[in-house]
Design a protein around this ligand. Structure first.
Ligand code: GLN
Length: 456
């Protein structure tokens, strides 16, 4: 813990930690030492971790990287961060992210962007660690913590993991409680671990998982010992390679690493099959209707009364001006864009044309995966992202849709509620990490982790 705290203090340039909690960390580390001495040592006992700012942490500022939550210090702890603390994990502080987890580069944060510890060749231009869990990825990649929590609504664990050469798993929807995690799109949001290895991901996921009566979408299922399932034996497993993920214009290097990953799984005894997920091309438009729709509803609660910031009002301002000014000043551009898109697609007259149609597309995407799994496929191998990490400012200065398009390989998994893991695949010609993604059957994270372990 002390080594991490001193590394964090030297790494301000990465802007990964937005609230440091050294007192809490040292106190919990001492408590963990005592537990270890008494022989009562759960798997995460004494392990220093970072917590994404989206998780409410009791007595510690939790702002979802938004100006509108300035000054908000929760009276309660999210179930996931509580479970980690109960398991002995030591919280070092809160990690940077895109505002309300909306983004792919960490550039929408009210704290300014986190920076990747990686550089492109000899070029010193700063790169994005990805988003929205960019602070988590940067912190793990730069050894500021052993692991971190992330959340993933459309790829926010897997894309930053791919960009930073770390491991990130989005579990099956319902595996981890969403209670106390600031809501973005409730039918898609899941928490998950971001770690340096598949084994660490297995250990941490187990500690984060489990039924929570406070989240009605949390599944009442036993949590397996994921670490014990890491045998590396994948003989006879059927791995599907979806033809729709061979995207036009994708760098040859990504195709090459994907082919190498396929060959590695085959060499380990897996059977490789070509599959089709025909509705893949509709996933991005469906996601960028459903996620903003749910976000616009979830974010209605930030009204200047219940949480955080209220705009300064002028004489004569009424309640409408109070809402308008608070939300105009408190939400950043991307969040406002999502709220506008969301309210538009939910409005009378457009509801059927956009929201209902997107929901129907979502069912078809889910059905695509169900068909493939019913045909005996155990896991699906794809690239995690269609590019390596980009430079800060490179995408955010352009059309926002260009950034949305980069989520093409990850959003399908959230729409279908499936578990997906991103793991390092190798480096591109400029020395930047690229990631592969494995998608598994619902509730079979153990099997998925084991396939990733064989590929690691
Ligand atoms: N990049 C996607 C978005 O901006 C996904 C974000 C996420 O998973 N939280 O919505």
């Amino acid at each position: 813990t002390k080594a991490c705290l001193s590394a964090i203090d030297k790494a301000d340039a990465l802007n990964a930690f937005v609230h440091k909690t050294p007192e809490i960390a040292l106190e919990r580390a001492a408590a963990a030492d005592a537990r270890l001495q008494q022989g009562d040592a759960p798997a995460m006992c004494g392990l220093p971790v970072g917590i994404k700012d989206l998780f409410c942490t009791k007595g510690v500022a939790s702002q979802a990287a938004s100006k509108i939550l300035e000054g908000f210090v929760p009276e309660y702890e999210s179930t996931v961060s509580q479970q980690l603390a109960d398991n002995g994990a030591v919280m070092l502080g809160k990690l940077n992210m895109d505002e309300f987890a909306m983004g792919s580069s960490n550039e929408t944060s009210t704290y300014g962007n986190a920076v990747s510890p990686w550089r492109r060749g000899n070029d010193d231009a700063p790169l994005t660690p990805g988003g929205s869990s960019g602070g988590s990825a940067a912190a793990v990649a730069a050894d500021l913590c052993l692991a971190a929590t992330g959340t993933d609504t459309g790829g926010s664990i897997r894309q930053p993991a791919a960009f930073t050469g770390t491991v990130g798993i989005k579990p099956t929807y319902g595996r981890c409680s969403r209670w106390g995690v600031v809501a973005f799109a409730s039918s898609l949001d899941q928490a998950g671990p971001m770690t340096k290895s598949v084994r660490d991901a297995a250990i941490m996921l187990e500690a984060m998982s489990g039924h929570d009566p406070k989240d009605s979408t949390s599944a009442d299922l036993a949590v397996p010992n994921f670490e014990a399932m890491l045998t590396g034996d994948i003989r006879g497993k059927k791995i599907g390679i979806p033809k729709e993920y061979h995207m036009e214009g994708m760098p040859a290097e990504i195709e090459k690493l994907w082919a190498e990953g396929t060959a590695m799984l085959k060499a380990a005894g897996a059977e490789i099959v070509d599959i089709s997920l025909p509705h893949t091309k509709y996933a991005l438009p469906a996601y960028y209707v459903i996620a903003p729709a749910e976000a616009s509803s979830n974010l209605a609660r930030y009204d200047g009364v219940r949480y955080g910031n209220r705009a300064t009002l002028e004489a004569g301002d009424g309640i409408t001006e109070m809402y308008e000014k608070t939300r105009a000043q408190g939400f950043g551009d991307e969040v406002q864009r999502r709220v506008m898109v969301g309210t538009y697609v939910l409005s009378a007259g457009f509801y059927d044309a956009y929201y209902n149609r997107a929901r129907r597309v979502r069912s078809l995407i889910k059905q695509d995966f169900e068909n493939v799994f019913a045909a005996g496929v155990d896991a699906i191998l794809t690239p995690a992202t269609p590019s390596a990490a980009f430079g800060l400012g490179e995408m955010s200065d352009a059309d926002p849709v260009a950034m949305y398009l980069l989520d093409v390989f990850t959003v399908t998994v959230n729409l279908a509620g499936l578990p997906g893991i991103a793991l390092p695949a190798g480096l591109d010609s400029q020395g930047l990490p690229l990631g592969l993604q494995l998608i598994g059957r619902p509730w079979e994270e153990g099997d998925l982790l084991n396939t990733a372990y064989a590929l690691e």
